[in-house]
Design a protein around this ligand. Structure first.
Ligand SMILES: Cc1ncc(C[n+]2csc(CCOP(=O)(O)OP(=O)(O)O)c2C)c(N)n1
Ligand code: SF4
Ligand SMILES: [Mg+2]
Length: 479
């Protein structure tokens, strides 16, 4: 163990923090007296001394440490709140030659991400979790955390945490030590020099376990957040020593690294062909092709009819087909009394740009399968818009828009199943769009149908026949 005191910036930090926006490039963003700054330095020193820097990925949580990647000259990812151990698992499983630190606050690890964390611990993933317990949500200005002490006042517990309302603070080390897989669990404090030296030793032990591929280590760092605890740095250290440590005792809760046989996991495969095959067969429709070059503008589509006519799946199918062409899509169903046989509708947007709102009011294409839907939504069809309707159920409308009609219900009945009327409509829809917006529609439809009904072969054939009937039977009314 290296006992030499070191000065200056460890080489695992960037010389200049160029990733940090604004003029300050030499200092960290942490408040004076914050435990994160101290721990960062301990980590950076250890990465150099243990020769881990080049293969290390540090996962920054949501919380005050979210910008850890400004400082560490290592691999780094910022992840959604609480998801650090899940992302760390992905990295370590996909590339077992890498090393990974899951760096987490008490809100991140103990509240929103508790399940992610416990499951990773229970699986015994080869990672080191650095858990910064400052008994508060630092980044968001001091709300109560799972580790807030009983009686501690925070922004959301102005009268102090109470056992009656919130229960006792979560003892994470004690909980994890009770699990079978973790090999090393220790609680330390970032307060006095003596405690910081103990923290340094614990951190290095956890990182060494990972380096030797022994499994899951957790180190909990009791830490100050002077700003939100409204204390000076000296007061916060005293508070940790006199209030936190009696409830969260320091020490090693488990250390079985040496006697445990590490869990062996299968080596991942990066055979390009196998990966593509796996992706394509599970997504099916992804084979459809490259990004559509022919979608010139945003298409806002409304599908409407009776509940039970397959309106929502019609819209879903259009959205899925757009998605498979790498077009941005949204699908917004309208539920409610419609589910009991009234009108049902859904809004679909296809766009090469970002979609501002999934609500379709000004409609480019209206697909109407019953009269009330036609009456309700036709006024929203923009000038130059397309109306496609089921002429079995709907009287010819008076409109100056482009109109296409198909006897969808009659055709579906003649094919033996009224429920394939939506596939007839899809065929008609493809014919309306031919050479206009989306190419290779038929190929995509067949793939989507095969995927949807993969366990009912007879429905695949029926829906494909319905699609072709609809395609061939659509009539233009006023183009
Ligand atoms: C999904 C999600 N929920 C909530 C938030 C808001 N949020 C940001 S940081 C934070 C709490 C961070 O507290 P902690 O994990 O203890 O980190 P600290 O800042 O104290 O180090 C919360 C709730 C968010 N960003 N994302
Ligand atoms: S708010 Fe608290 S946790 Fe966040 S940087 Fe400041 S002292 Fe540290
Ligand atoms: Mg916190």
């Amino acid at each position: 163990m290296d006992r030499k005191v070191k000065f200056g910036k460890p080489a695992a930090f960037f010389d200049v923090f160029d990733r940090r926006p604004g003029p300050i490039k030499k200092n960290m963003h942490y408040c004076p007296g914050c435990g994160h700054g101290v721990l960062h330095k301990l980590i950076a020193e250890a990465l150099v001394d243990l020769d881990l820097q080049d293969r290390m990925v540090i996962i920054s949580p949501v919380g005050c440490a979210v910008f850890a990647y400004y400082y560490f000259d290592t691999g780094g990812i910022s992840v959604p709140h609480g998801r650090a151990p899940a992302v760390a698992t992905g990295i370590i499983r996909a590339n077992p030659d890498s090393f990974v630190i899951s760096y987490q606050g008490d809100g991140d690890l103990g509240a929103i991400g508790l399940n992610n964390f416990l499951q990773a611990a229970n699986r015994g993933e080869n990672m080191t979790v650095c858990f910064v317990n400052n008994a508060i949500y630092g980044m968001t200005s001091g709300q109560m955390a799972p580790t807030t002490l009983v009686g501690q006042k925070t922004a959301t517990s102005p009268y102090g945490r109470s056992v009656e309302n919130e229960g006792f603070p979560l003892k994470v080390c004690e909980m994890v030590a009770a699990l079978e897989s973790p090999i090393y669990v220790e609680r330390v404090a970032l307060t006095s020099p003596k405690n910081i030296m103990a923290a340094r030793r614990a951190l290095r032990k956890g990182l060494t376990n990972m380096k030797e591929r022994r499994g899951f280590s957790l180190i909990e760092f009791l830490s100050g957040c002077p700003v939100n605890q409204k204390m000076t740095t000296k007061e916060v250290d005293e508070w940790i020593e006199t209030k936190m440590i009696p409830y969260f005792p320091l020490g090693c809760f488990k250390d079985v690294a040496k006697e445990r046989k590490p869990i062996e996991r299968p080596k991942p495969s990066f055979d390009k062909k196998k990966v593509i095959d796996a992706l394509v067969s599970s997504a099916g429709i992804m084979k459809w092709g490259a990004k559509s070059a022919t979608l010139r503008k945003e298409l806002r589509i409304k599908c409407a009819g009776y509940g039970g006519q397959g309106i929502l799946s019609l819209g879903m199918m259009i959205a899925a087909m757009g998605q498979s062409r790498d077009i941005n899509v949204s699908w917004l169903p309208s539920y409610g009394p419609e589910m009991r046989g009234g009108t049902a509708n859904c809004s679909v947007v296809l766009s090469n740009d970002q979609i501002g709102s999934p609500v379709v009011k000004e409609t480019n294409i209206l697909i109407a399968m019953n009269q009330p839907s036609m009456n309700k939504f036709l006024p929203d069809l923009v000038k130059g818009g397309i109306l496609l309707y089921d002429s079995t159920n709907i009287a010819p409308p008076k409109t100056d828009r482009r109109v296409y009609a198909v006897k969808a219900s009659d055709i579906a009945i003649s094919l033996g199943n009224i429920r394939c009327a939506n596939s007839v409509i899809m065929g008609a829809f493809a014919a309306c769009l031919k050479g206009f917006e989306l190419e290779e529609f038929e190929v995509a439809f067949e793939e989507a149908i095969k995927r949807t009904f993969r366990k009912k072969k007879e429905l695949v054939d029926l829906n494909i026949r319905a699609f072709h009937e609809g395609h061939n039977s659509v009539e233009t009314r006023n183009v």
